[in-house]
Design a protein around this ligand. Structure first.
Ligand SMILES: CC(C)(COP(=O)(O)OP(=O)(O)OC[C@H]1O[C@@H](n2cnc3c(N)ncnc32)[C@H](O)[C@@H]1OP(=O)(O)O)[C@@H](O)C(=O)NCCC(=O)NCCS
Length: 150
């Protein structure tokens, strides 16, 4: 996709962000965007919620969390959520969104970006590994903690 840009979550795009659809089977790997929007609202100092637009269309949602003082190291500079619209998947939107987050993390002085994912065929594991994230641990719930150096 040639014409991608990133925009802060706002009143003008929140409805479209909340309407993003996933492919069948993916729902189990990600909480609904509405949860993330609520989390961003109650964590305004650490959450970094953004939409990806292609032209005027919202094709993705990504949320970072930046909190150098977080007790859990994997939450200090992390991808909290990432969703690409079903019809826009496989065209570089996810890569574009992760790059925006890595740039934001770097500009804030972090030297790595982490993400937590659940293993499974329809899950995002291959995407994150392909982008260069490496497994560095596991949560108490058996999810993978991945990290990429910036
Ligand atoms: C995971 C997700 C964000 C990927 O977004 P996307 O826009 O489809 O990914 P991209 O098109 O940017 O892919 C980037 C690269 O990863 C590769 N890739 C993406 N998904 C892949 C998969 N399932 N298996 C293998 N490779 C994959 C692509 O081939 C591409 O490689 P290339 O750039 O070398 O050609 C998207 O599938 C999604 O929204 N999934 C549902 C929500 C979800 O699981 N979120 C994560 C919660 S932790």
């Amino acid at each position: 996709m040639a014409d991608l840009r990133i925009e802060e979550l706002s009143a003008s795009n929140v409805v479209a962000a909340n309407s993003l659809t996933l492919k069948p089977g993916q729902e189990q790997f990600v909480v609904p965007v509405s949860h993330s929007i609520a989390e961003a609202y109650v964590n305004p100092t650490t959450a970094w919620p953004r939409v990806v637009l292609e032209g005027d269309d919202v094709v993705g949602f990504v949320m970072g969390n930046f909190d150098a003082d977080a007790d859990q190291p994997e939450l200090r500079s992390c991808i909290w959520r990432i969703n690409v619209a079903a019809e826009a998947q496989g065209k570089g939107v996810g890569r574009f969104a992760v790059r925006a987050l890595t740039e934001e993390a770097r500009s804030r002085g972090f030297d790595q970006l982490t993400v937590i994912w659940e293993s499974g065929e329809a899950g995002p594991e291959k995407f994150f590994l392909h982008l260069g994230f490496e497994p560095v641990g596991e949560t108490p719930y058996g999810e993978v903690i991945g990290a990429i150096k910036l």
